[in-house]
Design a binder for this molecule. Structure first.
Ligand code: GUN
Length: 280
C-alpha cells in the first residue's frame, strides 16, 4: 500500500482562515502573551511563527523575551502581571527553559483560565479525568489530523510512542477519552516494534530520528509523526522513516508540514476559546 499524505500545512491554513473569520465576526481582539526565556534556537523560530500566525488571525500577540539568567522570581512576577492584565486572554511559557528554572513552578503560576497550552495541573487533571477543557495544542492538532482520515477512534488500537508531558501523555489521554484502546510505548518498553505493529493508529513523539521503521507499522495504519529532529547535516526529519512507512500506511504526515502547522492552528483556536470564555 502507498499512503496518502496528510497535509498539515493545508489543513492548518484552512482552520486559521476559518478562525480569522470567526474572530472578525466576534468583533473583539483576543490577546495572547508569549514568554520566551534564553536563546534556544528552535524556540526562537516557534515563538516567531506563533506570534505571526496570531496577528494574521486577528489576535494581538505580545512576546516577552527575557535573558537566560533571569531570576525565577522575576518570571513569576511577570506571569502574575499578565494574569492580572485584562488585555491578555491567553498566556504561555515556551519550553524548554534554561537550566535552573522550574517549568513546573512557572506553569503552576499561570491562571488556569489563561493557560492556552493546557499544561497547568488543573487543566492536565481535567484531561486525565476525562473532563476536557483546554487541551495541549500539539495533541489537539494530531486529533484534528486524524479526523481528516475518517478513522473511527472508538475501539481502534492506538500506539503513542513517547510519554512527554507536552505530547505523549496528553495524546494518550485524548485518545482514551475517545474510546481508543491505547498503548503508551516508551524508552523502557519491551519490544516496542511488536507493540506498535498491533496499532491502527501510530502517533510517534519520541524525539528520535527515524526510530519507527516499516516493521513497526501494520498494513493500512494511520501514521502521525510529531518528531522534529535536526540532523548534523541540517536536514529536518521526524521520528518515522517516512519512505519505508509510507509503503505500509494508509495515511502518513510529512515532516516538516505535518503536525507542526497544526500545533500553531490549535494554539490560535485555544486562544479564541479562552477569550470567549472570559467574555461570557
Ligand atoms: N515547546 C515545544 N512545544 C511546545 C508547546 O506546545 N508549548 C510550549 N509552551 N512550549 C513548547
Amino acid at each position: 500500500m502507498t499512503a496518502r499524505l496528510l497535509d498539515g500545512k493545508a489543513i492548518a491554513a484552512r482552520r486559521r482562515a476559518a478562525l480569522a473569520a470567526r474572530i472578525r465576526e466576534a468583533g473583539f481582539t483576543p490577546g495572547l502573551a508569549v514568554i520566551r526565556v534564553g536563546e534556544d534556537p528552535a524556540s526562537a523560530v516557534y515563538v516567531r511563527n506563533k506570534a505571526r500566525a496570531a496577528r494574521e488571525a486577528g489576535i494581538a500577540a505580545t512576546t516577552h523575551h527575557l535573558p537566560a539568567e533571569t531570576p525565577e522570581a522575576e518570571l513569576l512576577a511577570l506571569i502574575a502581571r499578565l494574569n492580572a492584565d485584562a488585555a491578555v486572554d491567553a498566556l504561555l511559557v515556551q519550553l524548554p527553559l534554561p537550566a535552573g528554572l522550574s517549568a513546573e513552578r512557572l506553569i503552576a503560576a499561570i491562571d488556569p483560565a489563561k493557560d492556552v497550552d493546557g499544561f497547568h495541573p488543573v487543566n492536565a487533571g481535567h484531561l486525565a479525568l476525562g473532563m476536557e477543557g483546554i487541551v495541549p495544542c500539539t495533541p489537539a492538532g494530531v486529533l484534528a489530523l486524524i479526523a481528516e482520515t475518517g478513522l473511527d477512534l472508538k475501539g481502534a488500537r492506538a500506539a503513542v510512542i513517547g510519554r512527554s508531558r507536552i505530547v505523549g501523555r496528553p495524546m494518550a489521554l485524548l485518545l482514551l477519552n475517545r474510546d481508543a484502546t491505547v498503548t503508551l510505548i516508551h524508552s523502557r518498553s519491551r519490544d516496542p516494534a511488536a507493540l506498535c505493529r498491533e496499532a491502527d493508529l501510530v502517533v510517534a513523539a519520541a524525539g528520535k530520528p527515524g526510530l519507527v521503521g516499516a516493521e513497526w507499522i501494520r498494513e493500512g495504519a494511520v501514521v502521525i509523526d510529531v518528531g522534529i529532529n535536526r540532523l548534523p547535516d541540517g536536514r529536518l526529519v521526524g521520528d518515522v522513516d517516512f519512505a519505508a512507512c509510507a509503503e505500509r500506511a494508509s495515511w502518513i504526515t510529512p515532516v516538516p508540514g505535518g503536525v507542526g502547522p497544526m500545533t500553531i492552528a490549535l494554539l490560535l483556536e485555544n486562544t479564541f476559546t479562552l477569550a470567549l470564555a472570559r467574555r461570557r
